[in-house]
Design a protein around this ligand. Sequence first.
Ligand code: CA
Length: 229
Amino acid sequence: MKILIVEDEPKTGSYLRQGLSEAGYVVDLLANGVDGLHLALEGAQDLIILDVMLPGIDGWQVLQELRRRGQETPVLFLTAKDHVEDRVKGLELGADDYLVKPFSFSELLARVRTILRRGKNNHVEATLLTVADLELDLLRRRVSRGGKRIDLTAKEFGLLELLMRRHGEVLPRSLIASQVWDMNFDSDTNVIDVAIRRLRAKVDDPFEQKLLQTVRGMGYVLEAPEASP
Ligand code: CA
């Protein structure tokens, strides 16, 4: 198993290289994003351990470029910032896991083993949401239905993602408001009804099967109609 470490702090880098070598992995260590990206693009690695703050191009850009070019090697992010936004950003860009510095080597090794066990293809499946013939690709930020591409605004995408993640569940407007719009229920919930209407016009209206249902007095639910017996 080959692991690429991209880390510019010499101490952390050599500590990781030594530990992972002793654990039986073949390790390459590079200290900047450009070199890291070049080697990672060759696709010979089973895992990339990627620091976020790097000279040249940062870890986000390295990951983004890898995924854009269809390189699906699992990525474990090392981040010094314990911010939710960083975690979400990394996972949205297609990272498989992340670890906040400082971390213990045993914790890192456990994460590494878990990712390697899951293998390369797991990630792609995990980022594709499907309900009936509707598909939402989190990695590429694309939506299609019956193979036909549907263009959504960022808000519509977020709304559909929520509905698809929790498909079959009636979602109250208040929950949609807080999850997608960061607003409270007291705010103008008409915004949500309007957005649902627009979303429906794109994902449901042109198709025979309707997936997005209004549950009067309760909210909205996205689900595949039950197959007729
Ligand atoms: Ca760094």
